[in-house]
Every structure is written in structure tokens, then in C-alpha cells.
Write a protein that binds this ligand. Sequence first.
Ligand SMILES: Nc1ncnc2c1ncn2[C@@H]1O[C@H](COP(=O)(O)OP(=O)(O)OP(=O)(O)O)[C@@H](O)[C@H]1O
Ligand SMILES: [Mg+2]
Length: 356
Amino acid sequence: MPQNQSDGAYVSRETSPVSRAEFSLGSPPDPYVSRETSHWDGAPSVEVSRETTVEEGGATSESGYGVELDTPIARAARAAMSVRGRGEESWPRPDRCRIISVANQKGGVGKTTTTVNIAASLAMHGNRVLVVDLDPQGNASTALGMERSTDSRSIYHCLVEDEELRDLARPVPDIPNLWCVPATIDLAGAEIELVSLVARESRLKRAFAAYDYSDLDYILIDCPPSLGLLTVNAMVACEEVLIPIQCEYYALEGLGQLLRNVELVKSHLNPHLAISTILLTMYDGRTRLAAQVADEVRSHFGDLVLNTMVPRSVRVSEAPSYGQSVMTYDPGSTGAVAYMEAAREIAYRAKAVVGS
Ligand SMILES: Nc1ncnc2c1ncn2[C@@H]1O[C@H](COP(=O)(O)OP(=O)(O)OP(=O)(O)O)[C@@H](O)[C@H]1O
Ligand SMILES: [Mg+2]
């Protein structure tokens, strides 16, 4: 499949979802420095620097709007136009389904928010996407409007009782091309119940093998905040790991453990596993700390880190309580625009990965 030549920023940093050492990048454009320093150089006020965060990770950095238009209304209008315009685009579909685990054992870093909004964005741009909620908290299921009752079937029944995924996947209301296998609280016991089962680390992989997902473009797995058997099942079943990292002081703590676990799974259970993507979440442009964390993550992980950073946004945190992704709840909000840009990067990387 030919690579998308019109989008050099993505293609140039693309090789395959393998270890960072295997990335051959030549000399990719390095938008990071200018983007990140721009918050500090001449940002006229706290409010403006915060609001410009997304736009710089998204479309506005190219739009050439002058300072005189940098008002809240102008920014909202730009964001809305940006989403509207891009909603008509169809993004490339990978040649075969990409299975991506969204994992970080640290709690509250944005795994679920990332899973739901990236999945929604991909689906809204012509990809067929399945979200597998592998967290007993069931937050992704809630955010995608899955109705849950005590007797509803969930991923638990697949992992422990061998039910077929195709019987468990349900369409997500209001978003065509998006399905979800929900989680219920039953899953909390699964870590223990799995221990006594045969091939306990490969239950999800086995379920995928029995499920004809050739029609799907992406499967996104929302992992729980632990490195237990559920997360191991996700890592055995996928080829790519997406790690959301919150832009705060403790963000990098525990990351070493996560990377070691990925290596362990790779060497013993799934040689195809690799960290393909890192997304910086809850970026607060008002704080120097957030910029420092972002710099540090970029210096460690280089081109695995998406150009787009997701800012803190009230709309993002409100959306789940309406059973929605922010993409449908408020598509013009800064959070929605950022997630759409992040998904776009992932989609264009997909094309280069498959084509290479
Ligand atoms: N960009 C954002 N702006 C504002 N709030 C956010 C943003 N991203 C996530 N949140 C909020 O932060 C909280 C944690 O996010 P989320 O549930 O996605 O993290 P998580 O890593 O899945 O958590 P857990 O480890 O418990 O599964 C949620 O209340 C969510 O609404
Ligand atoms: Mg979660």
C-alpha cells in the first residue's frame, strides 16, 4: 500500500510498531521545540497559553491566525470548523486489523479516555473499530453508553466461560462503525479465576483467534490500572501498546516496571509485541512542570510520542457522565480536537506501518 506522501510529518517518522531502536527516521522535522517553547515565549497570559495548547497540537498551528483573533470565541469557532472540516475526511484503513492495548498500571492517567476518544475518532473517519473493555471498573463501557445490568454478558464471559466475542460485541449508540465488548464488575474476580485455567495468559488471544475480525480495522483494549493477568492477557493478544502518560510529576514513576513487563511478555509470550505509541495527556500549558514532563518523555521515547498532546479540558471529563465520548458530546472542544488529531496521527502511521 503506498504511503501517504502528502503527510510527511507522519510518514517520515514511521517504520513499524517495533522497538524504538528500529525506527529509522533520517532527520524528521522536529516540531516539538518550537511547539513547546511557544507556551513560554511571549505567552501573554495564563489563559491564552492554556488555550493554545491543543491548537498547537492540532490544526491551528498551520492556520496562521493572527494574535488579534486569539479570543475565546475565535478559538472555539476555529476548533469547531476544524472538527467539521476534518469530519468529512476518510482516513486510511490498515491492510489488516491493528490490535492496540492502551496500558499503564498507573491509575487515572487517561487510558479509558484515550481508548474511547481515539476509537470514536477513528470510527468517525471511516474505520471499523472494536473497543474491548478489560477493566472491571467498566469505565469505557459507561463512556460508550453501554447499558449494564447484573445479568448482562461481558468480556468476563469470554475470558472465563469461553463465550464468543461476536456474541458479546454491541454497537455503540450514535457512532456507526464502532462496537464495544463491555466489562462488568464480574471481571474483578477474573484475575483470580483465571489463575486456575489452562493458558491463563492467552485467553483473550484465543478469543480473538476464534473471532473473525477481518472486517475490523482496529481493536482497542482498555486495560485496568495494574500489571496483573488481565493486562497480561491484553499484551499477549495485541501487537501494539499505546501508553498514555499524564503530564505531571509522578508520570514517569512506574514506567520502568511497565516497560519491563512489556519486554517480559515479548520474550516469553508474544514476540510481536511492541510499544508503538505514547500519548501525553492532561497537558496543562499554564505550568512549566507539564512542559518539563513532556520534554522528558520526548527525550526518552522520541518518535514514539505523538506530536499531539491532549490538554486538560472540562468537556473531556464531563462527557462520560452523559454516556458519550467527547467527540460526540462537544466535537468543537479543545479536548475533542486534540483526540481527533492524535487519532489522525495513529491512522497515518498505520498506513506507513502496513505499507513498509
Ligand atoms: N484531557 C483531560 N482533561 C480533563 N480531564 C480528563 C482528561 N483526560 C482524562 N480526564 C479525567 O481524568 C480521570 C481519569 O481518566 P481516565 O479514567 O481516562 O484514566 P484511566 O487511566 O483510565 O484511569 P484508571 O486507571 O482508573 O482506569 C477521569 O475522571 C477523566 O474524566
Ligand atoms: Mg480506565
